[in-house]
Design a protein around this ligand. Structure first.
Ligand SMILES: Nc1ncnc2c1ncn2[C@@H]1O[C@H](COP(=O)(O)OP(=O)(O)O)[C@@H](O)[C@H]1O
Ligand SMILES: [Mg+2]
Length: 226
């Protein structure tokens, strides 16, 4: 999708999470890096329409995330920093099926779609498990399955490899690499965004760098060492 920020701003009583931002993004893989509290999650939530800008606008394919929220419903999937919180039903397969409810499919059609997304992510064995029985990486994948089953055009990941061991990290990285969908990945795990077409660096609620991954990492290191 074509993502456009038009002087979009986010302020809280405590201060400004995102200063007026104007930019256009259409790349298939977009990375977002920056120190804690620099505005990365705020930026992502504005795109997903989870947060309304305090001023200005955010457009996806020309549709305003506030005024055209109904038309944009389902176009963006968001994997939260703690995916355990977004798995709402006790059994993974039921949680994934929940996203299909509005389609009013037959039981067999629903099962087929849930089965297909589990197979796509290599996790059919998790279908009957409960969230508390899953590792961090498995939770990420289960949350991703619940998002992908609804066919969003854009998937946003908020620090998907945080606190994962190397094995789970590799599985999540493979899943992201294998996505046909457009993806925005917020991460402190710089290997994850290596090779991304475009990487944004946030610093204190402002876009400090916008460009290629290698230079973005250098810009981020400079900020971190400042
Ligand atoms: N709901 C909120 N209310 C008040 N302040 C918030 C809220 N959400 C975020 N902030 C503040 O906005 C700033 C940016 O936060 P955030 O976008 O979560 O940063 P990051 O994801 O880069 O760590 C931080 O200073 C944070 O404390
Ligand atoms: Mg964050």
């Amino acid at each position: 999708m074509d993502i456009r920020f038009d002087a979009a701003t986010l302020t809280h009583e405590a201060g400004t999470a995102l200063h007026p931002l104007t930019l256009s993004l259409a790349e298939r893989r977009i990375g977002v890096i920056g120190l804690n509290g620099s505005g990365k999650t705020s930026f992502a939530r504005l795109i997903a329409g989870l947060t309304k800008p305090s001023a200005g606008h955010v457009f996806l394919d020309g549709l305003d995330t506030v005024a055209d929220a109904d038309a944009l419903r389902g176009r963006t999937g968001f994997i939260f920093q703690n995916p355990a919180n977004q798995i709402v039903l006790p059994i993974i397969r039921d949680d994934i099926a929940l996203g299909l409810k509005s389609l009013k499919l037959s039981k067999a059609e629903t099962e087929a779609k849930v089965g297909a997304v589990l197979a796509r992510l290599g996790i059919p064995h998790l279908a009957d498990r409960r969230p508390h029985e899953l590792s961090g990486g498995e939770l990420q994948l289960a949350a991703l399955a619940a998002v992908l089953v609804t066919h969003p055009q854009l998937v946003i990941f908020d620090e998907p490899t945080n606190q994962l061991d190397l094995k789970n990290r590799a599985r999540v990285m493979d899943a992201i690499a294998g996505l046909n969908e457009q993806a925005i990945v917020i991460s402190h795990d710089l290997a994850l965004i290596e090779g991304f077409e475009r990487v944004l660096v946030f610093d204190a609620g402002m876009l400090a760098f916008d460009g290629a991954a290698t230079e973005a990492v250098s810009a981020y290191r400079e900020i971190a060492l400042r």
